[in-house]
Design a protein around this ligand. Structure first.
Ligand SMILES: N[C@@H](CCC(=O)N[C@@H](CS)C(=O)NCC(=O)O)C(=O)O
Length: 238
């Protein structure tokens, strides 16, 4: 049985990590039986979550995990999408994971004190009190350095949110009135898009990015639809 290692569920959404949501959604979308193991990133092969075990194979990085699952259990994207559509879907995946994701990271780790406390409690709240503060402070230094290394952390918040709003506009325009990002059927891009969008729209992190995303009714409806379809046990909280 496939084992998916990820953060504990919180806030009424599948996961506080966009990459964990992506893999779990992909598994459910493709009806691949699996069990969930709750853990923290340090235990992962690359020090990050999610990671996955399957028949003696231990994989980390959601992109490589999805590639592995496609190769081993079948790739419905290939049957549903033309090569041109596959290229477009890949480009959107990169927008979501390599750009918009990082704006979400700043919003949680280095924006307002209120957001930081919410983030800290969700990730480290399960640890004993002394370990809790120490682990949170150590990780915060590490993530702030990642944010700076990426480059997004070198912009002002105002500049960064302007770029994030462009991403949201692009996603809202591209989705339009379609049921899923690539048309009438869900593809792996939806696993990824839902992961990022539910972590923007469905979480308690006030920001200009979330306000802008909430103003896009089609993105909000999409998130609610995806959650009802693939996580029916989690009623939308928002
Ligand atoms: N490219 C990786 C990114 C995974 C990732 O950054 N996971 C975060 C949680 S969202 C993590 O575990 N971070 C811990 C760290 O950087 O120390 C993937 O697609 O899986």
């Amino acid at each position: 049985m496939i084992k998916l290692y990820q953060f504990a569920r919180t806030w009424g959404i599948p996961n506080l990590s966009v990459f964990c949501v992506k893999v779990e959604t992909y598994l459910r979308m493709n009806k691949l039986p699996h069990e969930i193991v709750e853990t923290l990133p340090l235990k992962g092969p690359r020090g990050k979550l999610p990671y996955l075990e399957d028949e003696g194979n231990k994989l980390s990085d959601s992109r490589l995990i999805v590639n592995y699952l496609k190769e081993k259990y079948g790739d419905t994207d290939k049957t549903l999408l033309t090569p041109e559509q596959q290229g477009l879907a890949k480009a959107y995946q990169r927008l979501l994971e390599e750009h918009l994701y990082w704006i979400g990271m700043v919003t949680r780790w280095n924006y307002t004190e209120e957001n930081w406390q919410t983030n800290k409690q969700a990730i480290f709240g399960g640890l004993p009190p002394i370990a809790h503060d120490l682990a949170a402070a150590t990780y915060r230094v590490k993530i702030k350095s990642q944010i700076k290394g990426h480059g997004i952390g070198r912009l002002t918040h105002e500049e960064m949110f302007e770029l994030g709003k462009e991403d949201i506009d692009s996603l809202a325009d591209f989705l339009g009135s379609k049921a899923y990002f690539m048309g009438k059927q869900a593809t792996s891009l939806d696993a990824c898009a839902y992961g990022v969008l539910v972590n923007t729209l469905g979480c308690p992190f006030p920001s200009p990015l979330r306000d802008h995303a909430l103003s896009k009714q089609n993105l909000l409806d999409y998130c609610k639809r995806m959650q009802a379809e693939f996580f029916p046990e989690l009623p939308w909280v928002g």
